[in-house]
Design a binder for this molecule. Structure first.
Ligand SMILES: Cc1cc2nc3c(=O)[nH]c(=O)nc-3n(C[C@H](O)[C@H](O)[C@H](O)COP(=O)(O)OP(=O)(O)OC[C@H]3O[C@@H](n4cnc5c(N)ncnc54)[C@H](O)[C@@H]3O)c2cc1C
Length: 321
């Protein structure tokens, strides 16, 4: 019996969300006294055996170039085959676009109960209870999975990457790969150096920034903090920032360790995408702005006066002022 963890990658590198899933899966395997095994489709430049330091004993690989890009049907078919051969009773994925694309199909194929967006390790003391967010992060619920095989997709940034010693055995699986059903004709890379969903810190701007020409200081602060940039929906709608930066109910939902909201009112639809952030800092000139109710720290004042001071303070802290 095993816990099987899906390892996702991009441009030859294992994604941080997968390191979280590996650490989570390894902890669950330890808790339930079974082995922790990984499954990797496609090829990566990372030294794979070293992934053992996140707690997996084996990694099943299907190293076919065509699997470097998501093809949900192929992924579902291969992962379910490997799950069968390694006796997986639990399958862990990240609750990312890839995880969202394959977890439901995997669940249907394996007749496995699925909990999407888990926020903590399952309670296995009596049954199998998984905690997750509901109502756009406004509440928690605990779901009991009773099927023989269980699938969990783990929310990004809720489980800390844990690494120690150890190396994993690499098993090259001889599973036939069918011609791709999906062909990617072109790809447009999202702007920004750090993917928004993986960022630990996010600096976000709203209509209070007045126009796209004022984003320089916000970007400078983001760069200094090694943060991703985000924005409210009207900002993306107005074309001040690209749509892939729009967070909220109709945009991307994020859960960074630190979310800095500058000139954003804190409408309920915006909060729906950011209220899982561990710490929220709000800068707004209106002391009555609703965002202050959700903030851990708030600065009442003009962003155009505060941002330069904040940048200077961070520079001093980093010894680059
Ligand atoms: C169905 C639906 C879905 C939606 N989905 C989303 C979504 O996914 N994401 C989203 O963001 N919105 C969404 N919205 C829109 C949402 O309701 C708000 O209109 C939007 O979030 C407001 O954006 P904002 O805070 O940038 O702008 P505003 O509401 O205009 O707020 C600007 C803020 O900036 C402050 N400010 C102004 N000048 C300064 C300054 N110099 N210094 C500091 N602060 C200043 C103001 O006090 C104000 O609080 C949705 C709406 C609907 C109806």
């Amino acid at each position: 019996m095993s816990v099987l963890i899906f390892i996702d990658h991009s441009e030859g590198k294992i994604k941080k969300t997968s390191l979280e899933a590996l650490s989570y899966g390894a902890a669950l395997a330890k808790q339930t006294d079974v082995s922790a095994e990984g499954v990797l489709l496609g090829t990566v430049s990372d030294e794979l055996s070293s992934v053992g330091k996140y707690g997996v004993q084996k990694i099943h690989c299907v190293s076919h170039e065509s699997l470097n890009k998501l093809d949900a049907e192929q992924y579902i078919s291969i992962i379910s085959t490997i799950a069968g051969s390694c006796g997986a009773t639990v399958i862990i994925l990240s609750h990312t676009n890839t995880g969202r694309a394959i977890a439901p199909g995997l669940s249907a194929k394996l007749k496995a109960g699925l909990v999407t967006g888990a926020t903590a390790l399952p309670d296995t003391s009596a049954g199998f209870l998984v905690k997750k967010n509901v109502f756009s992060g406004k509440a928690f619920c605990t779901v009991s999975i009773k099927s023989a095989i269980k699938i969990i997709s783990l929310n990004p940034n809720v489980y800390q990457v844990k690494s120690g010693e150890g190396s994993a055995e690499i098993i090259q699986e001889n599973i036939p790969v069918n011609p791709a059903l999906v062909t990617i004709k072109s790809e447009t890379k999202a702007s920004g150096e750090i993917p928004l969903t993986e960022a630990e810190i996010v600096v976000s701007g709203g209509r209070g920034m007045k126009g796209p020409e004022n984003w320089g200081p916000l970007e400078e602060l983001a760069k200094l903090l090694h943060a991703a940039t985000a924005c409210s929906r009207p900002v993306a709608d107005a074309g001040w920032r690209p749509h892939n930066e729009h967070v909220g109910q109709t945009g991307i939902a994020i859960a960074p360790n630190l979310y800095i909201a500058i000139g954003i009112s804190g409408a309920i639809q915006h909060l729906a995408g950011v209220n899982r952030s561990k710490v929220i800092v709000v800068i707004n000139k209106d002391p009555e702005a609703p965002f202050f109710k959700s903030a851990d720290y708030g600065i009442v004042g003009d962003a155009f006066e505060i941002l330069p001071k904040l940048i200077l303070a961070v520079k001093k802290l980093k010894g680059v002022a």
